[in-house]
Design a protein around this ligand. Sequence first.
Ligand code: CO
Length: 639
Amino acid sequence: MIETARVANVDHPLDPLSQDELEKVIVAARRELKLSQHHLIAMVQLEEPTKSALADYQNGKTYSRAARLTIFDRTTAKVSETVITISGKVLSQQIIEGAKAPILSVESAQAIAAAKKDQRVIEALLQRGISDLSTVIMETWPIGAQIPKHFDDGRRIIWTPMWHKPTPQANFYAHPISGLHAIVDIDSGEVLAVENDQQIAIPKTPGPYRQSQTGADVSLKSLVIQQPDGVSFSLQGHKVDWERWSFRIGFCQREGLVIHDVWFSDDGQPRKIAHRMSIAELVIPYGDPSQGAYRKNAFDTGEFGLGNFTNSLTLGCDCLGEIVYLDVAVANPDGTVREIKNAICLHEEDFGILWKHVDTDGNVEVRRGRRFVASSIVTINNYEYGYFWYFYQDGSIEFEAKLTGIVLTLADTPGNPHPSATELEPGLWAPYHQHILCARLDLDIDGDVSGANNTVVEIDSFAHELGPKNIYGGAYEISETIFKHELNAKRVVDPFKSRFWKIINPNRKNHMGHPVGYKLVPGHTTFPLALPESTIGKRAGFMYQHLWVTKNETSERYPAGDYPFQHAGGAGLPQWTQANREIENTDVVLWHVFGTNHIPRAEDWPVMPVERTGFHLKPSGFFARSPAIDVAPASKPCH
Ligand code: CO
């Protein structure tokens, strides 16, 4: 096994911000903006080039890389965004009126310290038999539901679910301290209230999962993946070339892993498929109204900054085979910069057969398939999310989210009727919830560096009634509907019609005279159970459609808006699409909403085996025939 960790040279406009660049821009911002210790760095993102700036760069024009700093002024509670070049020139600066900064890590730590010092909390814990505060684990969660009226005056507040960790290595999620929470003003650090309304016994059954505790010993013989001739991909900076694919690896403190500038070489001719693909939001609405669980509606991307929680991956464990890792760097609220080693895993995987046919004369043609994987994993409180982008030899691209980690828990009387949760162990309950992701897909089907004019089409399959158009009853056809305006393109999946969507380039025709395109194939998915009039329903209004199509606008990046924390609702896709812009034969963005409905099972405890959800982008009339036909057979003939 070869492990190659690379700090790639930063020399392309789309490369992630390096540690060195982050440090430089923060120093420059401190100087230029006269920042003090009252200013927290909420986020630093690459200020990505426009498509035309990228085209100019490809044509030899110089390009100055820049960063967008989101700064929170603790004295005024104002959020501002500043775009500044790496060399320190301020390009723009703007106060974002009404924006609330997400909870920052230093604020979480201060809130927990304040809650642990609060006499009401200390006494409530004593009532529950806990005197050692070091055995109490508190998390800080946004209030993702109605904010208690007496605090709803615009301040930023959090609440603190608590767990008991009776021994240093215990799985504390087995021991929820239900009915006790502090509500903290994170601007002032003041504990505003302590809720201690329901005293429920702390569940006692431990939930061990570490090998040192379980003695797990079910094992198999070793499986070694070797590529004795080396890997089949090359990496120049952050640009990957593999098989006929070429694309760039990006990273964002908010979204995590990003894929840029995707091309496929068709008979030696590079053809563009995508400009930028990312998971722009991940929201987890909880369906249990009891004990504060109704507030656990977190935007893991928009409120937490998912990229902040990227794991350092381990060879042979997270990733198997010949791996190349990329490191990333993120800014801390105090302006220091943290490097995350082995953050992004790049490798090839055997993926079974690509295609096969046995002819009547006995001739066998079979091709083994391989896929390229770019992946990263985050840990946000109890849950892990893996983001996996797959590139296949048939010209298709797949995204898969892998969900694992520990389900959130609360306590209730053993055996009590509790309609929105599963009892995992006596008195230990896991509330129902959904994981809803939204991909932002800036595809440029058969375009060039400066973009493409594309159109999105909905394809339904249907049968005519028995009669002249369906004589035998088995006939069916497809209907194709072109989306002309944004409001026409708010759509949901329909398995009864085998519905899918196609993004075509009406200006480029294939060998049969049809526009070239890619189809978006939804996978296993869900639909939100939270009512649209609920707080989370309003704040994550994007959830209620599986597809949105918008006219490409670089400032429209996040489907629930830029600042979902304590937002009144309506921002993002529901707001932008009110303009009902024309979306036919223009530069468009597809937004695909997908996810899982998690009714916890006994087998999801103590650590949930990976659940998968995602989607597939497949060429549909993009090539004249299967590009997989050009894949050579394995060196050894197959019979
Ligand atoms: Co879940």
